[in-house]
Ligand binder design. Structure first.
Ligand code: SF4
Ligand code: SF4
Ligand code: FES
Length: 867
């Protein structure tokens, strides 16, 4: 028996025989062979339910040919199917007639008009007339069912795509059907608003205009939209997206179904941050994230004033050159918002032109960059299919949302296991097989307990021996089939605590792989391009480097041993933990900022050089798994903003050296030729890209299904569309790769000694939230009011101990002062701990927590008083 015979069955569709995959749904097998069966409720990324009946086809059986839903039945050997008979046509006519019986004549004013599966399939398969004369149903319209979504109930065809997405894919059943008969409607839970960070996906997959996005509603018609396929760089997952514009205005981002990355899903931050890019025309304050920096600025008499590029570059060159005469006098922080080409160019400028090793793409909130490079890297697919997934990171739904969706699927669909090392609230908790509570300062101790073959729980640990033994069993002896997702769960704990745990796990479980949960846009690409003291472009490693990281540069600026600072995108003050130290450091420094946006940091800038941002530039980026994909410009950058590569090249010329990088293509070519790192070969590919260091197997391009993701292309008719989200095999380079970091070369790492916390104090967990103080949120009118509120989360033991209940105000005493905040019951927070969202705001919109914390503490302890 051949492999084909074991894994395939022979079926015939409309008299044509072909091999289908055993167990495949009939609708998918027919589609692959070129026969499109109309559908509404079927979606390739969700379980079939067979509720709309649009896909009825004739299937030959023992009792003759019967009508059966093609989305719900699996192919079987010898199956004979007819999709184009009179009987099938009549069934399709009937289904459409019923669907339209109550459907309003909203098409001229409906967002979906022109890209609507109901319109398209009615044209292609409907009878062209209706026999209904009765009054259609009416509802108040539209109603708001969440912060970002509106519902026009009478447009709904009850396909259940939205409700299934919410419960099946996102695991948040916040919307469901209520009512019966023609009063049935999709409704949010009476107790909980539809506040999912994935709500935009329901709008995207709704096959009619029932669900619409508040930021997009009435803003464009599909036929006016122009589109490119690109990569979202709002976080480091790197979801593939279709970016659409009308004129030079960004209008919409839709998820492209990239098989190895996002499966068509996006988070609301990546989807709805568009107005932060277009800029708020009414905002011209350079200290506001809502302001786009459109022209170069130089500080004159204490005020940032517009100047020409020539003047601004000359002033930047003067400040940097002057500081570079002092050993270690200049350095750069940031760069995660750059493309790989931009990062490559800027590290060349810092190292080769300014002769400095002081460079860091992280803001002290990540992990040791060399350690990350040294870990055996897992792909997202490997993590999503791991026998056992171990999470040693923050809440992935808040940090890397679409990665959370992919990993959740691992348990829900494939019944694999998750061991969660839990620091506080986590959306994976409900599906985790074992959850071990970890308090601040304990990660390395818990990791060692996992690695021991005997012995019980560490003294004072907040989990049971049974759970520890279960976790050990799931991980196994060598870690084969295990993927660890590692990141900074708690920003109020120094990085060496987690780094020590990660290093131990990598050595103890040599067959395991690791996926770094670094969250900031292209931070992985920036590190791969050498934006870290010990790293070099192409994942090179120089253990002898004595350059300063972010925290060391800020300290050196404060004590005067560094004079100038180059800030590469992002907002330093919005990102660092020690905002007091950072402000003091900036106050003393000569500061040159390369950015597309305003922000609080510009209060200290001497020169501001305007840069093109996401959706305005071309280049490549690298996601957490090391996948390099292209980013494609959709609009022209405002004013006189330049691409990062051009700014670095011009500045280098003024400093007396040519980088030889006169274009993005030249930078991409230089990266690939000098390091073997994929760049030029990926630059103009509208594909899923390539993973660094991996051979990409050949895969068949997937057809774009306009019914699965309406709106990706303005389709004129139902059926198989153009290819989209195809994978590639094109990368090949013979350039020698530089010496890389290994666990041995990286060395023993920073030691960790955790001080004891007294019995009256609680350990602080400063956890990330999706809606934070970053530019993507604060610059967007759609998202800014979703910023997390400063609330102290405590479990019920600690609430009882304090004698307070949810909503009461308590005083939090910390190293640098006290703040008064409300408490909230949250039993996912370990006993003896208090969790506060990082970058959260109090009722007056002020970040009151960061200024009172001691960022140098290994773990941060605070005392709460109910008075
Ligand atoms: S709102 Fe849209 S996606 Fe949801 S059930 Fe109705 S038609 Fe389907
Ligand atoms: S998960 Fe990240 S990459 Fe994906 S849409 Fe959201 S912000 Fe963009
Ligand atoms: S019943 Fe098959 S697509 Fe709805």
């Amino acid at each position: 028996m051949t492999d084909v015979a074991r894994t395939s069955v022979s079926i015939s569709v409309n008299g044509r025989s072909f091999d289908a995959k055993a167990g495949e749904l009939l609708i998918e097998a027919a589609e692959r062979s070129g026969t499109y069966i109309p559908r509404f409720c079927y979606h390739p990324r969700m379980e079939p339910v067979g509720v709309c009946r649009m896909c009825l086809v004739e299937v030959e059986g023992p009792r003759g040919a019967t009508l059966q839903p093609a989305c719900y039945i699996k192919v079987a050997e010898g199956m004979s199917v007819v999709t184009d008979s009179e009987k099938v046509k009549k069934a399709q006519d009937g289904v459409l007639e019923f669907l339209l019986a109550n459907h309003p004549l909203d098409c001229p004013i409906c967002d979906k008009g022109g890209e609507c599966p109901l319109q398209d399939q009615t044209l292609a398969h409907g009878s062209g007339e209706t026999r209904f004369v009765e009054e259609k149903r009416h509802f108040v319209k539209p109603i708001s069912i969440g912060e970002l979504v509106l519902l026009d109930r009478e447009r709904c065809i009850q396909c259940s795509r939205c409700t299934r997405f919410a419960s099946e894919v996102a695991g948040e059943a916040q919307i469901a059907f209520s009512g019966r008969g023609d009063l049935i409607e999709v409704a949010p839970s009476p107790t909980q608003p539809f506040d999912s960070v994935f709500s935009g996906n329901t709008v995207q997959i709704c096959p009619v205009g029932a669900l619409t996005a508040k930021p997009y509603r009435f803003s464009a018609r599909p036929w006016d939209l122009d589109q490119v396929e690109s990569t979202c760089t709002t976080c480091a997952v790197g979801c593939r997206v279709a970016v659409q514009s009308s004129g030079n205005r960004l209008t919409r981002v839709l998820g492209v179904d990239s098989d190895p990355v996002n499966h068509g899903w996006l988070c609301d931050k990546g989807r709805f941050t568009l107005d932060s890019i277009d800029g708020n025309e009414s905002s011209s304050d350079p200290l506001s994230a809502a302001t786009r920096i459109k022209e170069p600025l130089v500080r004159r008499d204490g005020v940032l004033s517009p100047v020409s590029w020539g003047v601004a570059l000359a002033e930047a060159a003067r400040l940097l050159e002057r500081a570079s005469h002092q050993p270690g006098g200049v350095g750069a922080i940031g760069g995660a918002a750059l493309t790989n080409e931009g990062a490559f160019a800027w590290q060349r400028l810092v190292r080769d032109v300014l002769h400095s090793e002081n460079i860091d793409a992280q803001y002290g909130d990540g992990l040791d960059a060399a350690l990350i490079q040294a870990l055996p890297r897992a792909t997202i697919d490997e993590a999503a299919n791991a026998r056992t997934l171990v999470t040693l990171c923050g809440d992935l739904r808040e940090e890397l949302p679409v990665l959370f969706l992919r990993l959740r699927e691992n348990v829900v669909r494939q019944h694999n296991s998750i061991v969660e090392l839990s620091f506080g609230a986590s959306a994976l908790r409900s599906v985790a097989t074992v959850s071990l509570a970890v308090r601040a300062g304990e990660a390395h101790v818990v990791a060692q307990a996992l690695g021991r073959s005997g012995g019980g729980v560490p003294q004072g640990a907040a989990f049971s021996e049974d759970d520890l033994l279960a976790a050990r069993r799931l991980i196994g002896e060598s870690g084969e089939g295990v993927v660890f997702v590692v990141g900074r769960a708690n920003l109020a704990e120094r990085a060496p605590v987690i780094e020590s745990a990660v290093r131990y796990l990598a050595e103890r479980f040599p067959d395991a792989k690791f996926l770094p949960a670094l969250r900031r846009s292209n931070v992985v690409g920036a590190l791969d391009m050498g934006l870290s003291p010990q790293l070099r472009p192409g994942r090179g490693f120089d253990p002898g480097s004595t350059g300063r990281d972010c925290a060391q540069q800020l300290a050196a600026l404060s004590d005067g041993s560094q004079r100038a600072l180059l800030l590469l995108g992002g907002c330093l003050l919005g990102n660092v933990l020690d905002v007091v130290q950072a402000s003091a450091a900036l106050e003393r420094a000569d500061v040159v900022v390369v950015t597309g946006h305003g922000g609080a940091t510009l209060a200290y800038a001497d020169v501001v050089l305007p840069a093109a941002v996401q959706h305005e530039r071309t280049g490549t980026v690298t996601n957490i798994e090391g996948r390099v994909t292209s980013v494609v410009p959709k609009i022209v950058a405002p004013g006189s903003a330049w691409p990062d590569v051009a700014i670095a090249a011009e500045l280098a010329e003024l400093l007396g050296q040519s980088l030889g990088l006169d274009s993005i293509e030249m930078a991409a070519k230089a990266i690939e030729e000098s390091t073997g790192y994929p760049a030029l070969s990926v630059l103009n590919d509208a594909t899923d890209g390539v993973v660094v260091g991996r051979h990409s197997p050949s895969t068949t391009p997937r057809p774009l299904d306009p019914m699965a993701n309406p709106g990706i292309r303005s389709v004129e008719s139902a059926g198989l569309g153009a290819l989209s989200g195809a994978t590639t095999t094109t990368h090949a380079s013979s350039a020698p790769s530089p010496a890389s970091a290994t666990l041995e070369l990286v060395g023993a790492g920073r030691g960790v000694e955790v001080p004891l916390v007294d019995a009256y104090s609680l350990r602080l967990n400063l956890s990330r939230r999706l809606y934070d103080q970053g530019i993507a949120v604060q610059g967007s009118a759609a998202l800014a009011n979703l910023t997390a509120r400063a609330v102290l989360h405590l479990n019920h033991f600690d609430l009882d101990r304090l004698g307070v209940v949810t909503g009461d105000l308590v005083t939090m005493n910390a190293a640098r002062g006290a703040v008064r905040l409300p408490v909230e019951l949250d039993d996912s927070v370990p006993r003896g701990c208090v969790e506060v969202p990082f970058g959260s705001l109090d009722e007056s919109g002020v970040d009151v927590v960061r200024p009172v914390l001691d960022a140098g503490a290994v773990v941060t302890s605070v005392r709460l008083e109910s008075r």
